[in-house]
Design a protein around this ligand. Structure first.
Ligand code: ZN
Length: 126
């Protein structure tokens, strides 16, 4: 069974982007919780979460949590502000073929789902 680590970006004293009465840390937490429920309902996967409450976790600790979980896939969720609108995905600079394949699948499927609810610009795979 594949292991997926969901990382709700920011948390605790680190709110992330703030605007329109919203804080990024709350939105990323809700998206991560939704994704966890969805994946457990529809797929044979084991889900790990870097955080399930409003707490600050350093980036290195997030990576350590994923390593201890022995994650096959690590997905960090962010809601960026500024620099326009749309959807984008990032992978690190020297990815494996598996990482590129995961990005291709996740990018197209998430963008497709977002577009079902309205116009969403494709900011690209980076
Ligand atoms: Zn962020």
């Amino acid at each position: 069974m594949k292991k997926v680590m969901l990382d709700a970006g920011h948390g605790g004293s680190d709110s992330g982007a703030v605007g329109n009465g919203l804080e990024e840390k709350d939105l990323t937490s809700r998206i991560a919780q939704y994704a966890k429920t969805y994946l457990l309902n529809y797929y044979e996967v084991q889900i790990g979460m870097t955080r399930e409450d409003d707490r600050f976790i350093k980036l290195q600790e997030r990576a350590n949590i994923a390593k201890r979980f022995n994650a096959d896939l690590f997905v960090s969720i962010h809601i960026n502000a500024g620099g326009g609108t749309g959807f984008e995905t990032f992978i690190y600079s020297q990815p494996s073929q598996a990482t590129i394949a995961f990005q291709n699948i996740l990018h197209s499927r998430i963008l497709q789902a977002m577009r079902a609810y309205g116009q969403t610009a494709d900011r690209g795979k980076k």
